[in-house]
Design a protein. Structure first.
Length: 201
């Protein structure tokens, strides 16, 4: 392991350790300055860490632009592990999870997108991207819930057709439908209803 990697690993481990102890808040720049002092990091060491952060952030942005959600998420998580308070990394990570959710409908991606968007507005209450992500995901959730709860028998065309056939069979058996012409007419109506329900017309 190179000296630079060792410095970075110690720094990230310390950031992670402190973040775990203070889960109720996001670390800020002052916290990171204290960490660098505790680890006796030089200005040169901090420049290496800053370069590493920028590399992860830029790769995360690039993968996001090219719709490679997995790689984007990986890079942006690395960027946030170096600077947990960085708004740009946070909102981009939220956006990557949002896009991944829209493609795969994973509940975990939706929750993570909302989590990082909410953290972003904790740090920056004017961040439009974070508000847009939250609104988009919560609106889609409400629409999906409304669609699931509505529809009745029209949601299941097979059930509707079964009910119609059963009613017609009952009337036929009791003699209400004696004419062959009436039976043919009913069959045509049933076929039309069926095709309308499945989008055939």
């Amino acid at each position: 392991m190179s000296e630079n990697s060792e410095i970075l690993n110690k720094y990230i481990a310390k950031v992670f350790d402190i973040q775990e102890k203070h889960k109720d808040r996001i670390l800020n720049e002052a916290d990171l300055k204290r960490i660098s002092e505790e680890l006796n990091l030089t200005e040169s060491d901090m420049m290496i860490i800053e370069d590493e952060f920028k590399g992860h952030l830029n790769r995360g942005k690039g993968f996001l632009r090219h719709k490679n959600w997995e790689e984007s998420i990986h890079e942006l998580e690395q960027a946030l592990s170096i600077k947990p308070y960085n708004i740009s990394s946070m909102v981009l990570l939220s956006a990557a999870h949002q896009k991944k959710f829209h493609e795969g409908k994973s509940k975990e991606d939706k929750e993570l997108a909302l989590k990082y968007a909410r953290r972003t507005i904790q740090l920056d209450s004017t961040n439009d991207d974070a508000f847009r992500i939250i609104t988009d995901l919560e609106r889609k959730s409400k629409v999906s819930t409304n669609q699931e709860s509505s529809g009745g028998i029209f949601k299941n065309p097979g059930r509707l057709i079964g009910i119609i056939v059963a009613v017609l069979a009952f009337f036929f058996l009791v003699g209400a439908l004696k004419s062959i012409l009436m039976v043919v007419l009913i069959v045509v109506i049933l076929a039309a209803v069926f095709f309308l329900l499945i989008g055939g017309f």
